[in-house]
Design a protein around this ligand. Structure first.
Ligand SMILES: Cc1ncc(COP(=O)(O)O)c(C=O)c1O
Length: 371
């Protein structure tokens, strides 16, 4: 059997009919960007997250940059970012002339380690950007407590965590503002690029909406410098439709994750963890294996595709060399061991059983069995 790491086509085929209908409907509208479909999605997603305002935009990287600008973060300001994850948060900070200050990861959870945040706070620190990585929430209770104590803003990076909860509250409803990605492979993905901001702060929402649309407060009324970061009506219509499927897809992801956890427990691997009060949505099922290279090769020979998220810690990337002080050893080490196994709602039980058997055979060959 051949099982790719991700088979997005399966989902696309399932949705072909409703999506084609939405495309036809969109094409019969006059407004193809920012129209009725976009407002409908914003309202639906705000209700889903239990926040007051959602502002659609072109992608999550824009959303992060717009949020930082709306919070007036710029030249010389410092922003705390996780050492591990995707680079957009640190990238957006740098693009505004601010300084990303990397904080190491939790040993077993991969999100930012709250114990290590305070030592990195200076008089120039303005904000913290926690990333809810792989579908698992950062420790928002602790992070919000630190932010309140030091007067810092919190921008949640929720690109990988649509539907995840932390102490019963949705990821994206904790901080001052949150950024979402609807990149096609995400738990809630568009048929192209799309993103959004979520906040309970009316003024912040107005500012973000203006920045995302050339600084306009109304038609042809440019009250500030902004940019073009709009969501297509078609993407919004698709996202509204798919939002109705998100919870059931997330439950299916959890079911598959639980089966992997049960089957792989007897091996020398580090499996994903879920603390009480957290709802992991397994955007990725990421394990740690000391000999990742060999495991990847053996699985590949058995037809099982895998991926690495990510091969290098953001803090170790050459582009951020000027801001990094080699003081995030946990993230640096983990990057050599992380391995993502296939997990998506359309993966069949039969395929997963095949992957589990392939894992067991590979791990036995590697002498990785504990009991
Ligand atoms: C954690 C995280 N943040 C930000 C982004 C950027 O999202 P986008 O591609 O929508 O700009 C991604 C995308 O992979 C991500 O995984």
């Amino acid at each position: 059997m051949k099982i790719p790491f991700l088979n997005l086509q399966r989902q696309q085929k399932e949705l072909l009919q409703p999506v084609q209908k939405l495309l036809t409907e969109t094409m019969l509208e006059d407004i193809l960007l920012g129209g009725k479909a976009v407002h409908t999605f914003e309202d639906k997603f705000a209700r889903y997250l239990n926040v007051k305002y959602v502002i659609a935009c072109a992608n999550c990287t824009d959303a992060l940059e717009i949020a930082l600008r709306a919070l007036q973060i710029g030249q010389g300001d410092e922003v705390i970012v996780p050492a591990n994850g995707w680079m957009s948060a640190a990238e957006a900070v740098c693009l505004l002339g601010a300084v990303p200050v990397f904080v190491d990861s939790l040993v077993d959870r991969y999100t930012i380690d709250p114990d290590k945040i305070e030592t990195k706070i200076t008089s120039r620190t303005k904000a913290i950007i926690p990333i809810h990585l792989y579908g698992y929430g950062a420790d928002m209770e602790r992070i919000m407590g630190i932010a309140a104590a030091y007067g810092l803003k919190v921008i949640e990076d929720c690109a990988q965590a649509q539907g995840a909860t932390i102490q019963g509250k949705k990821a994206g409803s904790w901080g001052d503002i949150a950024a979402f990605s609807f990149y096609p492979t995400k738990n809630l993905g568009a048929i192209g690029d799309a993103g959004a901001l979520a906040t309970n702060d009316e003024e912040l929402s107005t500012t973000c909406r203006q920045i995302a649309n050339h600084g306009q407060s109304g038609k042809n009324c440019h009250v500030r410098l902004g940019r073009n970061s709009r969501m297509d009506s078609f993407q919004a219509a698709v996202l509204s439709y798919k939002l109705g499927l998100l919870d059931q897809w997330n439950l299916r992801r959890r079911e598959l994750a639980q089966r992997y956890n049960n089957a792989l427990q007897p091996y020398y691997l580090h499996l994903p963890q879920e603390d009480e009060g957290y709802f992991h949505v397994y955007h990725l099922y990421v394990i740690r294996c000391a000999d990742r290279k060999r495991l990847t090769k053996l699985l590949g020979e058995k037809g099982v595709g895998t991926a690495v998220h990510y091969p290098e810690a953001v803090a170790d990337m050459q582009v951020f060399e000027a801001y990094s002080f080699a003081d995030t050893p946990v993230a640096s080490k983990q990057c050599h061991e992380l391995l993502s196994l296939p997990l998506y709602p359309q993966l069949t039980d039969e395929e997963q059983m095949y992957i589990i058997e392939a894992m067991k055979e590979a791990l036995s060959e590697m002498d990785q069995q504990i009991v």
